[in-house]
Design a binder for this molecule. Structure first.
Ligand code: LLP
Length: 446
């Protein structure tokens, strides 16, 4: 059942959580617990997150970096962040990337060590920058205008603010257009022809210290070459900075972006192979240019949490039309906007009948309950599905909860962490009351 067509070396290559099994009732289990029991206790729809998958993913990254020397693997919190996740990431000894005051607040609230937090973002507000300065976290500066604001904010401080500069490396990743970020027209980062001006401005400042350069070329990358190419771009830039300004930057952050398996045809690199290949390449590229080897950060998000997540829905009305069978579930694009946004593909199963009766299996298009024709979670899943079944959709750990909405005034599902037969809520289910809790009626309508 683990879709093991090729050898699976790390959790990002397996569509299901590493602990997924089928029990004697023909039910899906995750983290040692029957999913049917989980839904009975916590309701539907339900996001289930397998802690063991996250732990093994993080260990795979560490293994890949183990021969590098000084490396700080970071987790990109935008993939999925809540207080429990922050605690888990801290326990794994990773750094943490945040991209908003909300993510930074969550990280600090859960007690994440400030020295291992990096604030990213292409349009950080002054308030966000001040929050970062107050907490002494590192800031990844996106553009010259932000740099000017930061310099002004740093002036009254009696310490140096540590920053990285995000560059546009001019590299295309083989992925959906909306999640490419390294190409020349990217809205993220400083174009290479503006880099010297930024470096010179920083050099003239007392309170700002440039630790290194950063780039993130895109997301759900399946090929290694673009990642390796970006390392050559970095090494050339570091060599140029040394020649031109006698500047040696101690840190390098090559971003995240490794893909995961959503469907059987997806063949992402193993996390450890990706981390190893990148770190070996950095060593080679820097030493061949006679540069000192920098401290290295990589920042995967999706590949750490993606396959840890399973969404469970309950099937409602079934509709059989000429040429298409619809199975409608009690969730959809508000808890998983990825199919409608990026035409993302997912894999589904019937959690309460994992092995179906072969003569009852047929293609079901799993559609959401939202008022949009594009609210299709999986097209033509071959299932023995019936009304009232629990439908599992796999690999929903990344960019599902974090991108969810209240569209159609629906409450967000609960999120439960499972581990060794234990399950606890990490994000409470929203209630109808929550949905109106921020509404106000102006005096003239009361
Ligand atoms: N670092 C930076 C600076 C990033 O912007 C991102 C993701 C990451 C790291 C982590 O990338 P990952 O390893 O997760 O691919 N919502 C889209 C993905 C957007 C990614 C944005 N940046 C999706 O659902 O596919």
């Amino acid at each position: 059942m683990t879709a093991e067509k090729t050898k699976i070396e790390s959790p990002n290559q397996n569509i299901m959580p590493v602990t997924a099994t089928i029990n004697e009732h023909n039910h899906l289990t995750v983290g040692g617990i029957d999913v049917v029991d989980l839904v009975q206790e916590f309701g539907s729809p339900l996001w289930i997150v397998c802690e063991e998958t996250i732990r093994q993913s993080a260990e795979a990254v560490k293994l890949g970096l183990s021969n590098y020397g000084q490396a700080l693997p970071c987790y990109a919190g935008k993939a999925f962040l809540c207080l429990a996740l922050v605690k888990l990431i801290a326990d794994l000894d990773f750094g943490l990337d945040v991209v908003s005051e909300g993510e930074l607040f969550t990280a600090l609230k859960a007690g994440f060590p400030a020295e291992k937090i990096f604030l990213h973002g292409n349009n950080k507000s002054e308030r966000e920058l001040k929050m970062a300065l107050n907490a002494s976290i590192k800031i990844v500066v996106d553009n010259e205008s932000e740099l000017a604001t930061l310099i002004a904010l740093a002036k009254p401080l009696r310490r140096k603010v540590e920053i990285l500069l995000r560059i546009i490396p001019g590299i295309e990743l083989d992925t959906h257009d909306h999640i490419k970020t390294g190409h020349d027209k990217s809205k993220f980062g400083i174009p290479l022809d503006q880099l010297d001006a930024a470096i010179e401005l920083i050099a003239s400042q007392k309170n700002v210290e440039l630790l290194g350069l950063h780039a993130h070329i895109g997301s759900q990358g399946m090929e290694l070459d673009p990642f390796l190419e970006s390392v050559d771009v970095f090494a050339d830039l570091y060599a140029n900075l040394k020649d031109k300004y006698n500047l040696t930057l101690p840190h390098l952050d090559v971003g995240g972006g490794l893909g995961i398996a959503y469907i059987a045809d997806d063949r992402p690199l193993a996390l450890q192979s990706w981390a190893r290949a990148l770190s070996v390449k950095v060593k080679e590229a820097f030493s061949s240019r006679n540069l000192p080897i920098p401290e290295l950060s990589i920042e995967p998000g999706r590949a750490i949490v993606g396959t840890s997540g399973v969404t469970i829905y309950q099937s409602g009305h079934l509709k059989e039309l000429p040429g298409i069978n619809y199975l409608a579930v009690d969730g959809g694009m508000a808890d998983n906007p990825r199919p409608i946004t990026y035409q993302a593909k997912y894999t589904a199963a019937v959690a309460n009948r994992m092995v179906g009766e072969s003569d009852k299996i047929k293609p079901w298009s799993i559609v959401g309950r939202y008022c949009e024709s594009g609210d299709i979670i999986v097209e033509e899943a071959e299932l023995d599905a019936r009304k009232g079944d629990l439908i599992a959709v796999f690999a929903t750990g990344a960019y599902n909860y974090s991108m969810s909405s209240n569209y159609n005034r629906t409450a967000r599902p609960a999120c439960v962490l499972v581990k060794n037969g234990r399950a606890e809520i990490i994000v409470e289910r929203e209630t109808l009351k929550d949905l109106v809790s921020h509404d106000r009626i102006p005096s003239w309508l009361t």
